[in-house]
Write a protein that binds this ligand. Sequence first.
Ligand code: ADP
Length: 736
Amino acid sequence: MVFTAGLLCLAALLWILIRTRKPSAPARKPAIEPELSHVEDIFESEAARDLFASAPIGYMEIDREGIVRRVNRLECKLRGREESDMLGLHCAELIPEIERERYREQIQRKLEGHRALATYEREYPLEDGRTIAVQVHEQLLRNRARRTSGLRMASIDITERKKVEDAAYQNATELRALFQAVPDLFLRIDKSENVLDAKGGQRQDAFLGAEKFLGRNLQDLLPADILAEVRDAQERVRNSNAMEMVEFAIEDRLGEQAYEMRLLPLSWDEWIAVVRNITARKAGEQRLKDNAQELEQKNEELEKALTAAREATRMKSRFLANMSHEIRTPMNGVLGMTDFLLGAGLNAEQQEYAEAIKRSADSLLALIDDILDLSRIEAGKLRLDHVDFSLPAVIAETTSLFAAQARAKGVEFVSSVGAGFPEAAVGDAGRLRQVLTNLLGNAIKFTERGQVGLRSEMVSQTSDEIQLMFTVYDTGLGIPLAEQTRLFDTFTQVDESNTRKYGGTGLGLAISKQLVELLRGEIGLESEPGKGSKFWFTATFGKSTRPLAAPPAATIPPATKPATKPATKVDVRVRPTLAPRATVAKSQTGTAQPAEAPATLTSAQKSMRILLAEDNEINQRITLRLLQKLGLAADAVVNGREAVEALEKRKYDLVLMDCQMPDMDGFEATAVIRNREGGGRHQTICALTANAMDGDRERCLAAGMDDYISKPVGLEKLRNALDRWIPGIGAVAAES
Ligand code: ADP
């Protein structure tokens, strides 16, 4: 095209030039004029020669022998050569050697008229690395006699065009590869639903072949219902000018295949459809849906199982509460009676047996408490106290017991307190004491010689909180590294033989860990077998603002005789002073009179009378006896109704009320008593019950009772409890 247009322009120009040429004007002879004299040529005139020289087409003329006679500027540029380099050479010399011979022959044949002239493309590599592409048109030159005098080659630079063509080719190739790579079928469709173009698709898919669609109408390709959907979607595309999607299924020999057709606007009367087989994706989605359903079902089942488990936990708690009650009632009897037995002037052998009973009973009670604690913690029912307490007092009380045990074993006991250790804190002193007791108990249990110690320090403090650290160390057995991490699990003990030698349940550390966590601290240990162990824990308490009374002396009381008690993990309270002994009258079921009231009792105390409502005969006898020991007179009844009646008959300073009793229980009796009160009268009622589960105290107080004592109750516990209601009784000594 370009070439033809170029030629036409040139022809017109030349025609004008020839017409305007002055025949008289002498032609300027070019340098190579003599050589070309025999060539009849349209470039003969000077103007024409100028045109030849500066034409936008490369020209090269050769004579009959193939020798280059004339080249123009552009030809030189295209070939990257000087004119003088080319003139006089055979034209075949200008091309690469390998083609030369054939070219020479071809040119010769053309010049002789044996071979048709041709248009061909050729590339010239330039020295600067570029390659110039040219299209060459050949034309024979004739002299005046119309004989062939040479050949003119006109070269058009097609480098740019080639580049564009190459890029287009490249694009087309890439596009073809792309269509082959993607499984989608691309359709170009006109408004009459004729498929104008179809590319891509999948050969193995019976529906998605491009050739199947090309040149056909959608009406012949899609079932009517699907076509209707496609038309609807197409309508939407037209309105919104945005992509729309249609999903449909087509039955083929492989079964039902799912497809997705995306419709896109192309021009006002054409649109593009991209069709894809989505059977696998749909199957995946279905699987996911099925899985989700299955999961939902599983969740429901889990939910049910969880509900059942919660119910089971509730049952377990209730069972534990009942068991604890049932066990504590006879335990009260065992412990109380053993205490009396031990004080009854036994011979040495009997004394030994009775002491063994006492030890076993103490251990059993400790075990029950451990299990109860654990189940309480696990059920999330353990609530911590939040009261002001003296830290040195807690430490002194706890260590005094263990110091005695240590000395009895010949082990040194040391308790030290770091500088700046606070005097008081706000929190649960009982639980702190319990952890200390567990760790100290273990330290003494597993140490045969050397030292056991407690170090108490303050780690940090904020404006309202303190963090404390306690370290219990010993020079005992030690614990192998492999065992150390699992020690805090429930029922874990280092090995069987230890268990046999030292006893224990493997619950102490598990409880301690849980308690420490409740106290917002951490627990850990360092230990080396044969060298000893160091158990440490931290705990967070509130800062005390209330000034506390001076704590009891932190000195450790000397152990006077070998400890007969095992290192139980019950809450231990040590009273620093005991008054002299007092004799106690013989007890009788039903009532008890203090035979000889301790001298320390005031006359007001001596005239006091207690009512005990307790259905268990043994426990009734024990409590009455304990009251006697404290110098207090008491009457006993066996149920709530009798208690109410007794109160009608006479005045009692205090009622000790069992909760579970036949006929009328303690709660009901309390309600009746409270109902009858009036005019500022208030009967002090203290629950005395084997219900030791969390919430039992609250239940008693809510029922109108004033206080709560859990069984088993020993002298110490009773005295402490009564001290709250009969001031001074705590200082009263009793017969041991
Ligand atoms: P228990 O002492 O009732 O067996 P614990 O949970 O308190 O249960 O302790 C678990 C085990 O950890 C013990 O049986 C003992 O093997 C080991 N252990 C605990 N403290 C020490 C210690 N200070 N020295 C050596 N071993 C210890």
